[in-house]
Design a protein around this ligand. Structure first.
Ligand code: NAD
Length: 370
């Protein structure tokens, strides 16, 4: 009993469902964290090494992200144990079986995450009619192609930079992880005059203090090559991006890349978190002490889920862009102002903002949590 409720607190989780179907080797977990504001939206992650605990942490992050974004959705997450690169027929069978097992679980709407994509969401939609992040042909808005999360990051960055009194035009940007999120954020920042001085991927870091051609680097990445194969600038190790002198440092790759062992190295005035949980809490506190402003992940990278929610409610790409801009600018401003006034880290302010909204939504429901 105790261990089954080890993740529980006053916000959730509402339900944890284990799905096991030996006939097709299906092992999967759904965590619906909180549905006070509406049915939970959260991604389906497929990986061999996921756990119930990871699923519960990610579901909570979605509760906070969706509440902060003011969406009519709670937070949830599902994980499917398996190698996402397995043969397509096997993957389709597993995903269809998992969706079928959750056909009546109306508190959860599937979305894409690591190891799944719009094709996977099309299979879920075909089985149970409840998925976002669909292909365009099924009424979806392709959020990575249009750069929904990058669009939001660019707005969060612009607002945060005003806070530190630095103009965006001419500001120097370093991007760790020049993928869908990182390069789209840079595309929108570049349109506003910001200069890319470093970008990294699994191949290493490209550094050029005089500025890197964003379109050329994007084309190179889309051709499947590493940033370090660019013919201008200096190729450095992946780690070296931590030391690059810049005004804006954007992590857009892996969790915990900024930690206690390297938080001293960042040479920037602003960190805007594109990846999920890219910095440990201790590292964020250290950045705060050093006077480096840090916009937390679930505030800065909410563009993708806002786009998914707009799609779910039948909106268009331009509605999605307008909603992302409005929500991200307002939330970033509110969180940074509150943090400044109370002398707390932006994460403390952001969690209080989001959890406060969840509790208010819970108070409107007939029985507390659900
Ligand atoms: P992606 O796979 O398109 O890009 C990730 C990039 O990071 C790749 O270029 C990869 O080479 C690089 N990378 C991986 N490990 C690295 C490392 N150790 N150092 C430097 N670069 C590294 O993924 P994405 O969709 O851009 O997502 C990036 C992050 O943002 C993930 O943490 C994801 O969970 C988070 N996120 C994505 C969205 C979205 O809309 N796609 C929304 C919210 C959060």
């Amino acid at each position: 009993m105790d261990s089954a409720f080890r993740f529980a607190d006053d916000l959730g989780p509402a339900k944890i469902i284990l799905v096991h179907e030996p006939a097709c080797a299906l092992k999967a977990v759904l965590v619906v964290d909180n549905v006070a504001a509406g049915p939970a939206i959260g991604g389906l992650r497929m990986a061999p090494d996921v756990s119930v605990e990871e699923c519960a942490r990610l579901a909570r992050a979605m509760t906070l992200k969706n509440a902060a974004a003011g969406l009519a959705h709670g937070g949830g997450k599902s994980v499917l144990f398996g190698d996402p690169r397995m043969p397509r027929g096997d993957k389709e069978r597993l995903i269809r079986a998992f969706a079928g097992a959750l056909a009546d679980e109306r508190d959860y709407i599937f979305g894409p995450d690591m190891g799944t994509d719009e094709q996977c969401m099309a299979w879920v939609h075909d089985e149970i009619g409840r998925a976002v992040g669909l292909p365009r042909e099924l009424g979806g808005i392709p959020l990575d192609e249009i750069g929904a999360t990058g669009w939001g990051l660019a707005h969060a960055t612009e607002v945060a930079l005003q806070d530190s009194g630095c103009p965006l035009a001419g500001a120097r940007v370093a991007i760790q992880g020049f993928g869908a999120v990182g390069r789209n954020a840079m595309r929108f920042l570049g349109e506003r005059g910001a200069v890319l001085v470093a970008a990294s991927d699994t191949g290493g870091t490209l550094h050029d203090p005089n500025g890197i051609d964003i379109a050329a680097l994007t084309a190179l990445k889309k051709a499947g090559r590493s940033v370090v194969s660019h013919d201008r600038g200096e190729a450095l190790t992946g780690e070296a991006i931590l030391d690059v002198a810049c005004d804006i440092w954007i992590p857009a790759a892996r969790p915990d890349v900024i930690n206690e062992s390297n938080a001293e190295r960042l040479n920037t005035r602003l960190v805007v978190e594109g990846a999920n949980i890219p910095a440990t809490e201790a590292a964020e506190r250290r950045l705060h002490q050093r006077g480096i402003l840090c916009v937390p992940d679930f505030i800065a990278n909410a563009g993708g889920v806002i786009c998914a929610a707009v799609e779910y409610h039948g909106g268009t790409q331009s509605t999605a862009f307008a909603a992302i801009e409005e929500k991200l600018r307002r939330n970033t401003d509110e969180v940074l102002r509150d943090a400044r006034e109370r002398g707390v880290t932006p994460r403390v302010a952001a969690v209080q903002l989001a959890a406060g909204r969840v509790r208010k939504a819970m108070a409107t429901r007939r029985w507390g949590v659900f």
